[in-house]
Structure formats: structure tokens, C-alpha cells
Write a new protein. Structure first.
Length: 288
């Protein structure tokens, strides 16, 4: 079930009426990820908001990945049937389609990458919680790629004298109407810093908008002042030699851009809800 529809006009008014002290409840829905900060009022997650930013490179990668899969499948099928009676065109297409499968190649790769990233984050979290003296269960078992990422985290943590303060905390802004779960708040070289871990092949610009939103939320909630933030990329391959770090620009520099993306998301979400409602009404009318 989708959260309560939020129009841009109603959104800002509803946020001002939010009840203080309510712990946000995460909602993973078909319409995206939301957090309920008040009974009946759901605000978008920061990552959901940032999904409005186009990623042309991702489209190219997805197309190339699918192209490579089809070429390999066609070549393998050709070798398998080379010494057999010729197949008709429809039979060949049907056989090739079956070998390719319904799931797109890039979806498989993204799922595999997501699993590695989740495992790496989980192992980092387990070790930090243990360092904070929190109760933890058995150490997570992870793939070699995730273990490699964790080893990079250990190298980085040792190089900055890391002193964890809080991990995996939900933060939200009633002023602007968004929420999310930050990775880590820690002293990094003696400076209180919000840290966001990535296991992607590179650090992309929108990651700094994410740390900006989290800093704004933490400061609004009274957990600040948190002014420093950084992205720490943890490699997953032995050919990717070491961690990569980028410090995020100041809140003042990036907040206007994040709020512009948030405004775009509000417009998009309201339009999507209206479109779905119109489609449902049409189907209901046809069925009546």
C-alpha cells in the first residue's frame, strides 16, 4: 500500500503540524521508501528523493551489460546447435529467449553488487557496535568481496583514529520534510564527522547531497552541531587497491541544491499519485 499521497502544498503544511518525539517508522513501498514521522504523515527517504537525479551513465552501462549477455547467449547457442538440424527462426528465438531469462542482465549485476554492499555495511556495523559496547549477535558471514571492503574500512579507520559515536541512526527534518538512516557519526582525526560508506566503483556527486541532508536533520534534531561530513568508498575487488575518501562541501553550499531536488520529487510524486488514481478510476469504470 502506498503512503498517504503528499501534494507539494499539503506537504509543507502537514510537516509543520508534526508531533514532536515520535520515532520514525520506515516504510518500504511500491512507491519508494518513506518514514512515518507522525501517524498518517510519511516523508520520503533522502535516497528516494535523490533518485530523481538522472544517471545517463547508468543507462549506458545497463544497455552494454544486456548487449554483452545477449551476444554470449547467442554465441553459446550457436555452438550447441551447430552440428544439429537447422532450427526455424521462431524456435531459435524462443530457445535464445529462454536462455537469456526474464531478469535483465543489469538487474542481476545490481542485485549482486547490492548484496556485497549490504554484507560489507553489515560487517562494519557489527564491529562498530561491538566497539561501542552494544549487544551484538554472531559475527556476520560474508562473501570474499565484502570481506575485502571491510579490510579497507579497517585500514581507513586506523589511519584517522576513528572514534565511533553513533551508527545506523534514523534522522529526519520536520522543517523540510525528509528522513533517512545515516551510516556513522564519529570523531575522525578528532573532528565530529558524519560518515557515509559507499561500495560503488566511484563516488558520485549526489552522495554529497545525501550527507548534506543528514547533517541538516541531525542539527535540527539537536544532535549537532555536525558540520563535517565525508564519503568513504570501500573497494570490493583486489584490483581496486584502497579506500577512497572525499570530504563533503559545507551545508550552506549544497542545501539549496538538495532542496531543489526535494521540490522536484514532490512534484513528481504528486503527479505519479494522480496518474495512478486516474488509471484506477478508469479501470473501475470499465469493470462496472
Amino acid at each position: 500500500m502506498s503512503p498517504k499521497p503528499i501534494t507539494p502544498a499539503a506537504f509543507d503544511a502537514a510537516v509543520q503540524d508534526a508531533i514532536a518525539g515520535v520515532k520514525p517508522k520506515r516504510q518500504d513501498t511500491a512507491s519508494g521508501r518513506f518514514y512515518e514521522i507522525e501517524p498518517g504523515l510519511s516523508v520520503p527517504s533522502v535516497t528516494h528523493v535523490l533518485s530523481c537525479i538522472g544517471k545517463p551513465a547508468l543507462i549506458t552501462w545497463a544497455a552494454n551489460t544486456e548487449r554483452a549477455l545477449v551476444i554470449d547467449a547467442a554465441a553459446d547457442l550457436y555452438l550447441d546447435i551447430a552440428k544439429t538440424p537447422a532450427m526455424s527462426r521462431p524456435a531459435y528465438i524462443a530457445t535464445l529467449t529462454g536462455r537469456i531469462g526474464k531478469q535483465k542482465a543489469h538487474q542481476k549485476e545490481l542485485a549482486k553488487a547490492a548484496e556485497i554492499g549490504t554484507q560489507a555495511h553489515g560487517l562494519v556495523e557489527w564491529n562498530i557496535r561491538r566497539a561501542l559496547g552494544q549487544k551484538v549477535g554472531p559475527e556476520p558471514r560474508v562473501l570474499d568481496a565484502a570481506q575485502w571492503a571491510f579490510m579497507a574500512f579497517q585500514d581507513w579507520a586506523g589511519s584517522v583514529g576513528l572514534k565511533p559515536l553513533a551508527i545506523e541512526q534514523t534522522v529526519f527534518s520536520r522543517t523540510h520534510g525528509f528522513a533517512g538512516t545515516m551510516d556513522l557519526l564519529a570523531e575522525v582525526n578528532g573532528v565530529t564527522t558524519l560518515v557515509d560508506f559507499k561500495t560503488s566503483k566511484g563516488i558520485y556527486a549526489e552522495a554529497h547531497l545525501q550527507t548534506t541532508a543528514y547533517r541538516v536533520a541531525m542539527n535540527e534534531m539537536g544532535h549537532g552541531p555536525v558540520t563535517a561530513a565525508m564519503i568513504v568508498r570501500l573497494p570490493k575487488l583486489e584490483t581496486d587497491p584502497a579506500f577512497e575518501v572525499q570530504e563533503s562541501p559545507s551545508i550552506e553550499d549544497l542545501l539549496p541544491t538538495f532542496l531543489a531536488v526535494l521540490q522536484l520529487w514532490k512534484w513528481w510524486f504528486a503527479a505519479e499519485q494522480a496518474s495512478k488514481a486516474a488509471w484506477k478510476a478508469k479501470k473501475d469504470a470499465e469493470a462496472a
